[in-house]
Design a protein around this ligand. Structure first.
Ligand code: SAM
Length: 308
């Protein structure tokens, strides 16, 4: 793997293993193309498939289109939200695999001007730079009750009220302009847990709100449920317990053959409702070696599902 690549793909061997079970030809959709680490490896390993990579970040699309130039007969990049693009592809192509590696790329996170980190000189956090809602708007304009809601729901932060109050007090004196300022305000009122910055969960919650990340995951799962691609394998990598819960629940629901209400004496539904099967009950996680090489893989969980 190229050392200059701005993002190291997580769980790469596990992802390739998961897609070994997909049909030999068809279209593989990478919903979160990013810097094409996963897609490039999939194109190399499975010579008969075509791949379409979706990303809402134009920087990622441009980088990956160049990187995958040598696969131009088998690869296409599409700029947009996967919740918009995937439903159309499910209608128009024979889809053999769907991968989603949710969350932000290292490049988005590390580039200070993208406004995702504690060191940023602005407050932005938009994955799609043409989108309207930014972190600046949320931090400086959302009512206190809305800030409390996102901190409670997405950060699962016990001190959600204290964090929201600190922001509202600070912005009553002057607008909060940067990730640095926001991190300082929050560090004064939140407790440090281990080595992580005390504001980590709150920053993540703001990012989830800016990009409607849970809504996007739910919509992509709805699209797959509505038009299940026959025989296709789906692999989803999450970095947050809320995301993992959504994926796990849905894969379980899709695997259920009997949908009779609990407590019925004998099955009356026909016991043939499963859309497919989960491969493995437990999610795959990074090895110690991978975590050492790429600490970002620490919280990654991969779940796989195969449609009948
Ligand atoms: C973790 S990175 C993916 C990295 C990629 N697997 C690789 O190997 O380089 C996630 C990417 O998904 C994109 N993304 C996140 N949510 C999206 C959505 N709803 N629609 C389209 N792209 C999205 C982000 O812009 C980011 O580039």
């Amino acid at each position: 793997m190229d050392k200059e690549r701005p993002h190291i793909p997580v769980l790469l061997d596990e992802v390739l293993h998961c897609f070994e079970k997909m049909p030999e030809d068809g279209v593989f959709i990478d919903c979160t193309l990013g810097y094409a680490g996963h897609t490039e490896a999939v194109l190399e390993k499975f010579p008969h498939i075509k791949a379409i990579g979706i990303d809402r970040d134009m920087e990622a699309i441009e980088y990956s289109t160049k990187l995958l130039e040598r696969f131009k007969d088998r690869f296409e990049a599409v700029h947009g939200r996967f919740s918009d693009v995937l439903p159309k592809l499910l209608q128009s192509c024979k889809v053999c695999g769907v991968l989603a590696d949710f969350g932000v790329s290292s490049l988005q996170f590390d580039k200070k001007e993208r406004g995702f980190s504690f060191l940023s000189e602005n407050l932005d956090m938009r994955m799609d730079q043409s989108a309207e809602l930014s972190a600046y708007h949320i931090v400086n304009r959302y009512p206190q009750s809305e800030l409390e809601r996102i901190f409670r729901e997405y950060a699962e932060e016990r001190a959600f009220k204290r964090a929201a109050r600190a922001i509202v007090e600070a912005r009553s004196k002057k607008p909060i302009e940067s990730g640095k300022e926001l991190a300082d305000i929050l560090a004064k009122v939140l407790q440090k847990r281990g080595k992580t910055h005390p504001a980590t969960a709150i920053f993540q919650a703001i990012r989830i709100e800016v990009n409607d990340e849970l809504g996007e995951i739910n919509r992509v799962l709805d699209a797959l449920q509505k038009s299940p691609p026959k025989g296709a394998v789906v692999g989803m990598i999450t970095f947050h317990s809320l995301e993992d819960r959504v994926v796990k629940r849905r894969f379980k629901e899709w695997s259920r053959s009997c949908i009779c209400p609990p407590g019925v004496f004998r099955c009356e539904c026909g016991n043939d409702h499963a859309l497919g099967e989960m491969t493995g009950r437990k999610p795959l996680v990074a090895s110690v070696g991978e975590i050492e090489r790429n600490p970002r893989s620490r919280s990654a969980k991969l779940r796989c599902f195969r449609f009948f």
